[in-house]
Design a protein around this ligand. Structure first.
Ligand code: 5GP
Length: 115
């Protein structure tokens, strides 16, 4: 499988994205087609196409950063009432970009989105 994905370019700063967080291991940015306002993606800087390829320590960091972003979303002007975490691993699970990413999806009572 081709290891190239747009997320690698976003992490490297070669493609535009609205980044909201970055450290040595992970990067978070706005989803280009948000399911709800404020929908974020948290990705490892070292590309992993699947959970099987992902360093578990970095996986833990994806979750920890997602947790902090969820708290920030709740406190922000987005003003959500709840948050969904979602991670698609494999085509059958709905994965479209083969660079592991954790969706952080703010929820409000009237957003109309159904899982
Ligand atoms: P998946 O279906 O693989 O779990 O989700 C891929 C997500 O990446 C989708 O929500 C899609 O909107 C988002 N996405 C795809 N291409 C880009 C892009 O170029 N920039 C950003 N910011 N998000 C993207």
């Amino acid at each position: 499988m081709d290891p190239y994905t747009i997320f690698g370019d976003i992490v490297a700063g070669r493609a535009p994205a609205s980044k909201v967080y970055e450290d040595d291991d992970v990067c978070a940015f706005m989803d280009i087609r948000p399911i709800t306002p404020g929908h974020l993606l948290v990705v490892p800087k070292i590309p992993a196409r699947s959970l099987a390829e992902l360093d578990p320590a970095v996986g833990g960091k994806l979750f920890a950063v997602g947790q902090r972003l969820a708290a920030a979303l709740r406190a922000s002007e987005v003003g959500c009432d709840g948050v969904n975490f979602f991670l698609a691993d494999g085509v059958v699970a709905g994965q479209e970009v083969f660079h592991v990413h954790l969706h952080v999806i703010p929820r409000t009572v009237d957003d109309g989105f159904r899982l």
